[in-house]
Design a protein around this ligand. Structure first.
Ligand SMILES: [Zn+2]
Length: 303
């Protein structure tokens, strides 16, 4: 059991690398195929299988260091380098341009302020029972306390986003500089736990009223996607579960949001009512044939 995640991550990373090589270099494709065809020994056959199979199952996509491209549509996107590491290596820090994903009915369930020792594991259990993936915007200080929960989110194939280091508005929003500093501090903490860092982020309290042009410019230069929401579950107040469900259903009457419904919820401390509401919210979307997706570079802007 102990060896599995380590082996999996290695196989996954190696698989992604080979995939990138195959995608960008036809000569490499020929060479690689030649290798498989010509392999006869048991050892080499085993190597080829280890490369191909984990690629199909790989739960996330990695921004490659040299090409800066997204490899697998629909998967969470991570980066093996931090902004500082990219700058040192002269690699691009800005993000590649990706075609936004619009389908008739698409929903993104998002949870802010965790990981939390009480709520997050139950939410992960519920998501697993329903066979769906969601997105967690985590706070750096919480990750420091509960790294094992972050690891579980990652290993179960959900997307992870950056939600600042301490969520304290007076410190966070002093300037674009203090904001980006907290994002990078959180990136480092996340990377220490899962080996990669997110490229998506969500401003605590939302960007409206807090961001100036300078913030947007800095985020673009350093390659973060700011992710808003268009369906608020209203779970930040003292709302009861039924009210949270009703809030979501009421806002879903706006059919223009059906092709990219981004639902804001919280898995932080004290959000037990959100946990209770979640199965009903999932059922609502399932019964109407929505596709559940994780937030990545293909996710359209909320508004
Ligand atoms: Zn928050």
């Amino acid at each position: 059991m102990m060896l599995l995640p380590k082996y999996f991550r290695f196989a996954c990373g190696f698989g992604s690398l080979v995939f990138a090589l195959l995608a960008i270099c036809p000569l490499a494709t020929l060479a690689f195929e030649g290798h498989i065809v010509s392999s006869r020994s048991g050892e080499e056959t085993k190597t080829a299988a280890a490369v191909v199979n984990p690629l199909i199952e790989c739960p996330y996509s990695l921004l490659m260091d040299e090409t800066n491209t997204v490899l697998q549509p629909g998967k969470p996107v991570y980066d093996k380098y931090t902004v500082a590491e990219r700058k040192v290596r002269n690699l691009p820090t800005t993000l590649p341009i990706v075609q936004p994903y619009y389908a008739e009915k698409t929903v993104y369930l998002t949870f802010d302020d965790g990981p939390d020792p009480e709520n997050t594991p139950i939410i992960l259990d519920i998501l697993r029972q329903h066979g769906i993936k969601a997105t967690f915007f985590v706070v750096g200080a919480q990750v420091e306390q509960y790294p094992h929960i972050l690891k579980r989110i990652f290993e179960e194939g959900h997307a992870i986003g950056n939600h600042s280091y301490n969520h304290i508005y007076s410190q966070l929003y002093q300037s674009a500089h203090t904001y980006i500093k907290q994002l990078q501090q959180t990136d480092d903490i996340i990377k220490n736990v899962i080996g990669v860092r997110p490229r998506i982020s969500r401003a605590p309290g939302g960007s409206a009223g807090s961001f100036t042009k300078e913030y947007w410019k800095t985020l673009e230069q350093d390659g973060y996607v700011e992710v808003g929401w268009n369906i608020s579950s209203g779970d930040a107040s003292s709302a009861k579960a039924q009210q949270i469900v009703d809030n979501v259903i009421r806002q879903m009457q706006n059919k223009s949001l059906w092709n990219h419904a981004i639902v804001l919820m919280h898995d932080g401390r004290g959000h037990g009512e959100t946990v209770k509401a979640l199965p009903h919210i999932i059922t609502y979307f399932k019964e109407r044939g929505f596709e559940f997706r994780v937030v990545n570079l293909e996710t359209p802007p909320a508004w």
